[in-house]
Design a protein around this ligand. Structure first.
Ligand SMILES: C[S@@+](CC[C@H](N)C(=O)[O-])C[C@H]1O[C@@H](n2cnc3c(N)ncnc32)[C@H](O)[C@@H]1O
Length: 270
């Protein structure tokens, strides 16, 4: 296991770079995740590895470190009431004469969240032409590549009903005889995926967003990082825009933000 001094270094490094608060309880987990990366590089000492990360001027090893450390658990239609609410909001926008709609899945992980958003929107639009764009961002290049591929295993598909599978996925068997579900091009066309570090606002975006999903990532940040992020979301949403956070991530503890709570874990910029 990683020694105390080196772990403190990793904690500081990760906090400064990505805002994640690695508690002492994470020591064993971090040790085993780093160990895998170290084996690939043939380094067998944790402090040598950290030295290697700090001295890698290309920045590539930092990316690998985040890839190794980040927790990417997600699934399609996670916290499903959010997708019911999104359906309601998008229908209302269409009825109100909206001519475009912009959604950001901040911390998209491997794509299940932004593609669930896309399916919710497409269910309403059908084949109607409408200017809708969904941006998916994450710190991890590993999961962003999965977003771009848009291919999911039977296990990933557990929460997707048969009708939705038929409508939005093509099924095939890969070389190892695993069933793979490939997301439809009509959904891929709605998406843009980019690497973005949520702990370092301001972000280079135009703003005027209708909806932001930022779920199950703020739990890893402390109040300072969270507050900064929430204020940036406020700036980037249009008036009347909505912010969805994870069910266990209320903004209640955060002072000085201007969002109004609409329902549990859903906020509006008035
Ligand atoms: C547990 S997943 C949540 C995925 C999805 N939003 C959901 O609710 O199912 C957390 C994601 O946040 C990403 N993440 C962690 N720190 C980040 C940061 N500073 N900037 C951007 N993404 C970050 C991780 O790489 C991971 O994919």
């Amino acid at each position: 296991m990683i020694d105390n001094r080196t772990f403190k270094k990793v904690q500081n490094f990760i906090y400064n770079e990505v805002g994640i608060n690695l508690t002492d309880a994470k020591r064993a987990l971090v040790s085993s995740r780093l160990r895998k990366r170290m084996m690939t590089l043939n380094i067998d000492n944790y402090s040598d590895y950290i030295h290697y990360v700090e001295n890698d001027r290309s920045g590539g090893e930092i990316v690998q470190l985040f890839n190794a450390i980040s927790t990417n658990v997600t699934h399609f239609f996670r916290e499903n009431d959010h997708f019911i609410k999104l359906n309601e909001l998008f229908k209302k926008a269409l009825d109100g004469g909206a001519f475009k709609y912009r959604i950001w899945s901040a911390a998209s992980s491997s794509g299940e969240e932004p593609y669930s958003i896309a399916m919710t929107i497409k269910d309403i639009l059908g084949n109607k032409n409408f200017d809708v764009k969904i941006l998916g961002t994450d710190i991890s290049t590993k999961v962003l590549n999965m977003c771009l591929r848009g291919e999911y295993t039977e296990k990933n598909m557990e929460k997707v009903d048969v009708q939705t599978r038929t409508k939005y996925f093509t099924r095939y068997m890969d070389n190892e005889n695993n069933t793979i579900y490939k997301i439809d091009d009509s959904l891929k066309k709605m998406m843009l995926f980019k690497r973005l570090n949520l702990s370092k606002p301001p972000f280079p975006m135009k703003g005027n967003l209708d909806v932001i999903f930022c779920r199950n990532v703020m739990i890893y940040f402390d109040d300072i990082v969270r507050s900064r992020l929430i204020n940036e979301f406020y700036r980037l949403l249009k008036p009347g825009g909505h912010l969805f956070v994870g069910h266990s991530e209320s903004l209640a503890g955060l002072k000085e933000h201007e969002f109004r709570l609409v329902k549990a874990s859903v906020y509006i910029k008035d």
